[in-house]
Design a protein around this ligand. Sequence first.
Ligand code: ADP
Ligand code: MG
Length: 301
Amino acid sequence: MTLEIRNVKKTFKNKTAVDSFSVVLQSGDCVGLIGPNGAGKSTLIKMIADIINPDTGEILLNGKKISLMKKEIGYLPQYPNFFPWMTAKETLMFMGKLSGLNRAVLTSTIPSILKKVGLSEEEDSKVGTFSGGMKQLLGIAQTLLHKPSLIIMDEPVSALDPIGRREVLNLIQEIKQETTILLSTHILGDAQEICERFIVIKNGLKIEDTTSTELLQRNSEDRLNIEITETDHKWVGIIGELPYVKGIEVIGNKLMVKMENLEANKNLLLGNALKHNVNILKFEVGNDTLEEIFLKLVVEK
Ligand code: ADP
Ligand code: MG
């Protein structure tokens, strides 16, 4: 499976929702499409799902137009719609038929799919009685009906409570062993848990296509996080003069000290603290977390 998004653009009235967007996904990828609200995630995902057409550019699956390849794609919308009076089993039967699968095939596959998503015991319960998490599991079951090679999910866990979120993330973990996955979220932590590759979108533009490892390395700074007591603040002035201290940010009793050659000099700084009888409450090498890096990307670019 290869998905190619080539220079895609979509404008609503005078609002460009997605612009000059290109990306390639290969079999086995699990990609998080991350961006703040209004960034263009749903618009991009709907174009991949062939729900809406790009104004310019093209989307190809295995080299063929996406509209000819819909059977290869499972799509979970941001706000899936179910009929509350249908049971889980009836829902899958109904949706399967809508996407052109025949009854005999559905009758034989639906039980195993319900089992896979953990809803076997609820197969005859009405969807109206389901929790948000259960509805999302059912939504994922629906994407699996025709055994697609690519599953795209629009904010699959954003609206869920912690328990629902956990259930759905566990299921996605399992599915990604066998299927290529693209999921969108505005919460980095959700993507971080299951995807190694991130595509960051902002104002319709791709601003990053990278991996969590690379992002962390690129943004790692030689920095110490130090916590001292109120009475030791004069030490800040002292270390400000040290040749290997490049900068100090003070927030209350917390110091963020940018160091030159951290490995070689961190013990010197600790020695300096001891020499001046500074009461150290915390002394740690600190890098930005992915969340911090993401916020910087989204706010600054
Ligand atoms: P996201 O899913 O990242 O929150 P969307 O793709 O839903 O973002 O929206 C991107 C931008 O396009 C937003 O400014 C939104 O208001 C606009 N938009 C999306 N769909 C429509 C539409 N059908 N008509 C007009 N504007 C739209
Ligand atoms: Mg959206």
